[in-house]
Write a protein that binds this ligand. Structure first.
Ligand SMILES: [Zn+2]
Length: 186
């Protein structure tokens, strides 16, 4: 039976077996895309997209909403690292969306669920998985309207923002086809 102690040792041993390097120099930080994904352990963006370390700038928060800290992190990816593609990655059966759908909108979960509760209020009767899609689209819109580098780049056509749902049953990735980003200014 595993305990926190044995799990820690297992993870450290696993790290030693899989560690790469040493490198001649610190690898460049040049991700090809940023992902705003759920913290759910089953939906690791790099695994979902089959990407190695260094390829994706991952910001993860339960329910994958545009929290202030998530936005600030994404602003770094867009403004400082020059990322041109941002993916909002949700998934079926999301616990954060389920909590919001059940009316759990305050207490210690509020920072996570409040943006989703807003989506729930605007879509009465929607199922959890329908709300997952609605919430992703709401997040894409919020990111596009953001006053910082992420929103500015999206509105100026220098950043594409896409939404997608990872279906935990089928394993498939379904684009949510949110409202299209504004056309490039040029
Ligand atoms: Zn989730």
């Amino acid at each position: 039976m595993s305990t926190p102690d044995t799990t820690w040792n297992e993870l450290v041993d696993s790290h030693r077996m899989s560690v790469q390097g040493p490198n001649d120099a610190i690898p460049d930080h040049q991700p090809k895309a940023a992902v705003l994904g759920c913290a759910d352990a089953r939906v690791s963006p790099s695994i979902v997209f089959g990407q190695p370390a260094g390829a994706l700038f991952e910001v993860r928060i339960a329910g994958n909403t545009a929290s202030p800290t998530a936005l600030a992190s994404l602003d770094y990816a867009v403004g400082e690292l020059g990322v041109e593609l941002l993916i909002v990655l949700g998934h079926t059966g999301c616990g954060a969306v389920g909590a919001a759908a059940a009316g759990i909108c305050d207490g210690h979960l509020a920072p996570v669920v409040e943006p989703i509760c807003d989506v729930v209020r605007k879509n009465p009767g929607a199922s959890v998985d329908e709300l997952v899609t609605h919430s992703i689209n709401a997040t894409v819109n919020a990111l596009t309207q953001h006053a910082g580098p992420t929103g500015t780049a999206a509105r100026e056509g220098q950043l594409m923002i896409r939404g997608a749902v990872h279906d935990l049953l089928s394993g498939q990735l379904e684009p949510t086809d949110p409202q299209p980003n504004p056309e490039p200014a040029t």
